[in-house]
Write a protein that binds this ligand. Structure first.
Ligand SMILES: [Zn+2]
Length: 254
């Protein structure tokens, strides 16, 4: 299929790679800093904002989840809002109807690795080729569409992760506003936090699923419950919710 984010766009969209703190950190310190700070640009350009001042991009990670994803899709439809879903490959395989529903309702799918393994940060290029490549294949087999974007689990970035994504042709996406919805369980507090942080140009990180490493029982019902207030707040501020494809490739906006 046609890939509309080609490698030159990949570079144009990203922010120039700079050795953040190279002068003040040891090699080991820089490595740790670049891997664990999602905003760090050391290994690869990472997209963490959109070009539109009057828009935001809602992103949901760690789904699809039969408990929460349908509720989130219902709320987005009621508000006529579009979003981007960074799905875990093994969850996509378990819930193919949700993958098809996400696409059918005009949202965008992103790749969030096959297993979302916490120790994946230590793994090599071959491992990451499989993690990203298998997820592309699973999603394409279900929906007929390959994901256009990749977000590493936990925002990790290593040379191997960046290079595997680049080989497969996927821009790496971070965020500018972290909802902290895996930690803030009060939906009112969560909505207030997101709305206080958002100023336009933002990519907002929320969750519609529970990553495999989280102790059970874990829930994202707080995210579902906060979403109507978040969307109403965007409407009041006149921030249009766009998918990352519509935001980053403006000519696709109707
Ligand atoms: Zn995740």
């Amino acid at each position: 299929m046609e890939r509309f984010v080609d490698s030159s766009t990949w570079h144009a969209l990203g922010i120039a790679s700079v050795a953040v703190g190279a002068g003040v950190l040891s090699a080991g310190g820089l490595l740790a800093y670049s891997v664990f700070m999602p905003r760090c640009q050391f290994w690869a350009p990472v997209i963490r904002s959109i070009p539109q001042r009057d828009a935001i991009a809602l992103t949901f990670d760690d789904g699809p989840d039969e408990r929460f994803t349908p509720q989130i899709l219902d709320i987005l439809a009621q508000h006529n809002a579009k979003a981007t879903f960074f799905v875990i490959g093994r969850f996509a395989r378990k819930s193919p109807a949700l993958i098809r529903r996400i696409v059918d309702e005009g949202h965008v799918l992103g790749n969030h690795s096959l297993d979302h393994e916490h120790f994946g940060v230590n793994r090599n290029l071959a491992y990451w080729r499989t993690q990203i490549g298998e997820t592309q294949k699973i999603v394409a087999d279900i929906s007929g569409q390959q994901p256009y974007l990749f977000r590493p689990p936990m925002g990790f970035k290593t040379w191997h992760i960046a290079n595997a994504a680049k080989e497969i042709g996927l821009p790496v996406v971070g965020w500018s506003v972290r909802g902290l919805d895996t930690k803030i369980h009060d939906s009112g507090q969560l909505a207030r936090r997101v709305l206080a942080k958002v100023a336009g140009y933002d990519i907002i990180l929320l969750h519609d699923g529970v990553e495999p490493g989280r102790p059970s029982p874990a829930s994202q019902q707080n995210t579902v419950d906060a979403l109507p207030a978040i969307l109403n707040g965007f409407a009041e501020k006149e921030h249009r919710p766009l998918t990352l494809v519509d935001a980053l490739i403006p000519e696709t906006v109707a």
